[in-house]
Ligand binder design. Structure first.
Ligand code: MN
Length: 252
């Protein structure tokens, strides 16, 4: 049992199989593992933080806490400041998300935002997502995450860098190496679904009805298709790198 402390967060809610399976695996190896997660599915919440109302924390079970109406970023904030008493955990792990976070999904993802918040607070942080729609292999993905957590705890991460990890939904033994990738691109389809309510009024549901990203080499999606575990290092600095090279921003 290693004397390390881990804060687990997600955007699917404290009750989701992905975070609870990971919790069970990690607590066998590390002295302190605490879940601080939303009380509902907040997938798509992004990096929102609650400024306009007070928040409450509820202890659901031993070492499992939920922030009532809190976002993933709220959970990391209160996790560090309250549950860990202001002492930074050794690592923040966000996930395991039920579904991938690839390409521009990163900007909507509460899973990625959980790791981003950890990074802002100066804690090595990783976001972990499982590439599947059903029959989720969370135990296999938890073993991959355990290995990554060990590597990060041993070697740390570069400053301002956090990791977006996507894991293929295959047995642990069949996974290939880690591939360090770049963020890919989603190929957008119609995502507004139109219905009528029982009174005949139009209602709309925003939903990604199918998985589709471009598969250029060394992108996150490409790596997943090859059976690699995709690791995209993200930077808190969102500046477009072409500006750093002195190229005019208004085009030709
Ligand atoms: Mn989610």
């Amino acid at each position: 049992m290693e004397n390390k402390s881990i804060l687990l967060v997600n955007d699917d809610g404290y009750f989701s199989e992905g975070i609870l399976t990971l919790y069970e695996v990690l607590k066998k190896h590390f002295s302190t593992v605490k879940v601080v997660a939303p009380d509902r599915n907040l997938s798509g919440a992004g990096h929102s933080l609650t400024f306009t109302k007070p928040l409450r924390i509820r202890e659901v079970d031993r070492d499992i806490y939920t922030v009532i109406e809190g976002t993933p970023a709220d959970c990391v904030h209160l996790g560090v400041g309250v549950i860990f008493g202001g002492k930074k955990p050794d690592i923040v792990v966000s996930g395991i998300n039920q579904g991938p976070n690839l390409g521009e999904d990163i900007t909507y993802s509460g899973t990625v935002a959980g790791a981003m918040e950890g990074c802002i607070l100066g804690i090595p942080s990783i976001a972990v997502s499982l590439f599947a729609r059903e029959d989720f292999r969370f135990v296999d993905a938890s073993l991959v995450t355990l290995d990554l957590v060990n590597r990060v705890l041993q070697k740390g991460l570069k400053a301002n860098t956090y990791l977006n990890v996507n894991i293929p939904n295959i047995p642990y033994g069949e996974m290939k190496a880690y591939a360090v990738t770049r963020q890919g691109h989603r190929i957008y389809k119609e995502t507004v679904i139109r219905y009528r309510d029982p009174y005949g009024q139009p209602i709309y549901w925003i939903a990604a009805t199918e998985f589709n990203w471009s598969a250029e080499p060394w992108t996150d999606y490409w790596a997943i298709l090859q059976g690699f575990v995709s690791i995209t290092p993200l930077d808190l600095d969102l500046t477009n790198p072409i500006v750093k090279r002195g190229v005019a921003i208004f085009g030709e």
